[in-house]
Design a protein around this ligand. Structure first.
Ligand code: UDP
Ligand code: MG
Length: 339
């Protein structure tokens, strides 16, 4: 942080007012179209700006293309990860690198139209510290994906202590104050949407129309997405921990009365054919409940494990920022960054 405030290594870039953070993972075909739309919008704002691109371990030549853009315009900074760490980590790194008084977070695939940035800025100037861009419609996403997302946010809304509207993605503007708070947050598993809601501050929203992905397919696969959902749930709610206590109590209560019923039956009608079915059902059902609750405990324990390991969130191979002339040689040094 201290190094970032010391602007001496970046003479011509006197503290940008507006930073745009963009995570890139195998987005080679989107690099040029993104800058073609983003840069004019930023120029139009009339504020000094910077774009912080995070190359999240792309296997294609995304980095080369980003650096080519940077060669033309040193206001484009590039943070290169040592491997793919996931979008949430890429956002964390971008927020750590951004120096603007307002920071906009944007997807590389043009699903978040840069043209909405002036509206976000206008709200920010009114004094809002976080301006969310609300999707008008989730276009360009499959039905199953949309349904799953809806279900996830419905459950989240019920069980977690922070409000997380489904229409709000990561596309938003954050005031410097909010960015500093998020940068200082120590937790390892970054469920950004939850963190954004959790920090509070004066929030406003503007509506935009989500576009179809400009090129390539979504980077989400089913399993990572499921992990993301479980991460989100367990990071922002203890409901899964407590619900099994309730279910356990209900099951035991019911079986308690059931035992009385059996006893009375035996007393009046005698022992009938051994209660094989009831026994097996009870064993299976309780066994299932126990396994599920073990799983829930395990997922929380896993999170504790993740937190206590204190590993860095991500590893940066190289940061390309500041005047292009002072560029360090690629691949020579590796910087480890914590939060
Ligand atoms: N992304 C990333 N790391 C990943 C996956 C995605 O940095 O491991 C970036 C990706 O390049 C894009 C943004 O996150 O800029 C959103 O990804 P995607 O469009 O695949 O997600 P969706 O829009 O379907 O939620
Ligand atoms: Mg997308």
């Amino acid at each position: 942080m201290a190094a970032r405030e010391n602007g001496s290594d970046r003479p011509e870039m006197t503290s940008p007012v507006l930073s745009v953070v963009v995570p890139f993972y195998n987005e080679r075909d989107n690099v040029d179209s993104l800058f073609a739309r983003l840069v004019p919008v930023l120029e139009e704002t009339g504020e000094p700006w910077e774009i912080v691109c995070v190359n999240d371990g792309s296997a294609d030549d995304t980095l080369v293309r980003l650096l080519a853009r940077r060669a033309h315009d040193p206001r484009i900074a590039v943070v290169d990860f040592s491997r793919n760490f996931g979008k949430e980590c890429a956002l964390s790194a971008g927020l750590g690198q951004a120096r603007g008084r307002a920071v906009v977070v944007l997807d590389a695939d043009l699903q978040h139209p840069p043209e909405a940035i002036p509206a976000l800025l206008a709200k920010w100037r009114e004094g809002y510290e976080m301006v969310c861009a609300m999707r008008h419609a989730r276009t360009g996403q499959g039905r199953v994906y949309r349904l799953a997302a809806r279900l996830f946010y419905a459950i989240m809304g019920r069980v977690s202590d922070v409000a997380m509207p489904a229409e709000v993605g990561d596309f938003r503007l954050l005031d410097r104050r909010v960015v500093d708070v998020i940068n200082a947050m120590p937790e390892r598993s970054r469920f950004m949407k939850g963190i954004f809601s959790w920090v509070g501050f004066r929030q406003a929203s503007v509506v935009y129309r989500q576009e179809a992905r400009s090129s390539g397919g979504t980077k989400w696969r089913f399993l990572p997405l499921l992990k993301f959902a479980i991460d989100g749930l367990t990071a922002f709610s203890t409901f899964p921990l407590t619900v099994w206590g309730l279910i356990g109590a209900a099951v035991s209560g019911i079986s308690f009365f059931y035992i009385f019923y059996r006893l009375i039956r035996v007393a009046f009608l005698g022992i009938d054919v051994p209660g094989y079915e009831s026994l097996i059902v009870a064993i299976l059902f309780l066994g299932g409940v126990q396994l599920i609750s073990l799983g829930v405990l395990g997922s929380y324990l896993g999170r504790v494990f993740e937190e206590v390991k204190r590993r860095p969130l991500y590893i940066v191979r190289q940061v390309y920022a500041g005047p292009a002339a002072a560029e360090p040689v690629p691949g020579q040094q590796s910087v480890q960054k914590t939060s």
